[in-house]
Design a protein around this ligand. Structure first.
Ligand code: NAP
Length: 409
């Protein structure tokens, strides 16, 4: 029986067990260890192979009888395999992972400058891959020769890779640099994968640059680790299929659209079908305030309601895997766009205006819906990743959403 796992210090939120369950038929355990028990773990526990993560990628080096050339070059090990004689062989599959991320990004960096933000462990790996791709890598460190104060020396960069934790869940508001000053920038990669789009990636996306988050790297490195664990080769196409499945599972699905277009009904049915948690932002606002939406409009006006709505969106949109039904007017506030886009696939549910019910909806009762739609249509369009018509049965709409998720345009 092959026995594998992940060694680290704080692993509660790791996706590795899920990824490895899709890579092969072997047991994959979580080994959370404090530094003082590392030696005993490596000597006593009878594992076939383990992945190693923060903070032990360097600490395990003395326990490896041999390092592969890439592990030696990077001075870090993220995969250990126990050989037949019991000795440990240290690999580094992060190199393969980031190499595949760059391949997916699909840009030619030969002879071009590439900035690496941060000088930690991952920065070393990124540097080695970029160097091997023919780029001119430059590490930007808060305390190094090249830093955020003299960034102007590097405005000619073609690629930027963020290896700092800035922008990572739960502190998703952070953005480490502004992309305004990089006229020849072609691509931005961020090793963070939660949220799916950091502020930096959203900024790059808005400029039409190629972008990629760290999920592909995570899956690709796991694929090569699994090959070392089992001794069997695995097709590279498996990286794509696991990445796709995991991306769907991690992102929230957010429903936007006119009041009464069916967001709550469809969202509830979708959550049931996908076995996910359903959140209705209007209900959350009511629970938070202890009164109904019409009451909030009466006492705080639309501006007060929108403020509460953004607060609720900010809370839930940071989570993963939720189905979120929004209020019809959430698109009228610009700041809701990055909040939702960071970790969600946004679906605009469309329904004929004369079929929309008005009861209990303060704005629908006091406004002409056709006029309201004229104003909001371009906003829904701008927020949405896709449009699904909700003119037939709920089941049909749910099926159309599922189909859209599997085959995005
Ligand atoms: P690390 O060793 O802690 O290095 C992070 C570096 O970021 C630090 O050395 C520091 O560089 C910089 N930094 C830290 N806090 C900062 C702040 N507040 N503002 C600006 N810079 C800051 O971590 P790591 O192991 O290299 O991992 C870095 C990131 O990559 C993490 O988010 C990790 O989750 C991710 N990662 C992803 C994968 C994947 O498969 N997708 C694999 C490995 C790592 P300076 O002091 O030089 O500024």
């Amino acid at each position: 029986m092959i026995k594998c796992g992940l060694l680290g210090r704080s692993l509660a939120h790791s996706y590795s067990p899920q990824i490895h369950s899709r890579l092969g038929n072997y047991a994959y355990h979580i080994f959370e260890k404090e530094p003082e028990s590392l030696e005993e773990f490596l000597q006593v526990v009878n594992f076939t192979g383990i992945n190693v993560t923060i903070p032990y990628k360097k600490a395990v080096l003395p326990y490896c009888a041999e390092l592969t050339p890439i592990a030696k070059r990077l001075g870090a090990v993220n995969t250990i395999v126990r050989r037949k004689d019991g000795s440990l062989l240290g690999h580094n599959t992060d190199y393969f992972g980031f190499f595949f991320l760059m391949k997916r990004l699909g840009i030619d960096l030969n002879g071009k400058k590439a900035l690496i933000l941060g000088s930690g462990g991952a920065s070393n790996t990124v540097f080695a891959v970029l160097e091997d791709l023919g780029a001119i890598p430059v590490v930007i460190s808060r305390t190094g020769e090249n830093n955020y104060q003299n960034l102007h020396l590097h405005y000619d960069a073609a690629c930027i890779v963020n290896t700092t934790p800035v922008g990572m869940y739960p502190n998703t508001d952070g953005q480490i640099i502004d992309l305004d000053d990089f006229p020849v920038l072609e691509a931005v990669a961020d090793l963070i994968y939660n949220p799916a789009r950091t502020r930096l990636l959203m900024d790059a996306e808005m400029r039409g640059l190629k972008t990629e988050n760290g999920l592909y790297m995570l899956v690709a490195q796991a694929k090569q680790s699994a090959e070392f664990f089992t001794g069997c080769s695995i097709s590279d196409s498996v990286i794509d299929s696991i990445h796709h499945a995991l991306k769907l599972q991690m992102e929230n699905i957010v429903l936007i659209g006119m009041p009464g277009c069916g967001k709550t009904t469809v969202g509830t049915a979708l959550a049931l079908k996908l076995n996910r948690t359903f959140i209705d932002t209007d209900q959350e606002i009511e629970a938070m305030c202890g009164c109904s939406i019409p009451e909030i409009f009466r006492t705080q006006g639309e501006a007060g309601f929108r403020k509460l709505e953004t607060e609720v969106l900010s809370r839930f949109s940071k989570e993963s895997g939720l189905i979120i039904a929004t209020g019809g007017g959430c698109v009228t506030k610009e700041e809701n766009s990055p909040l939702l886009h960071a970790n969600s696939r946004i679906i605009w549910l469309k329904r004929e205006i004369d079929k929309l019910p008005k009861s209990g909806r303060p704005l629908s009762l006091s406004h002409d819906l056709q006029t309201m739609y004229k104003i909001r249509e371009p906003l829904y369009q701008r927020f949405a990743d896709s449009i699904i018509y909700n003119d037939a049965s709920v089941d049909d709409t749910v099926d159309n959403i599922l189909n859209d998720l599997e085959n995005p345009l």
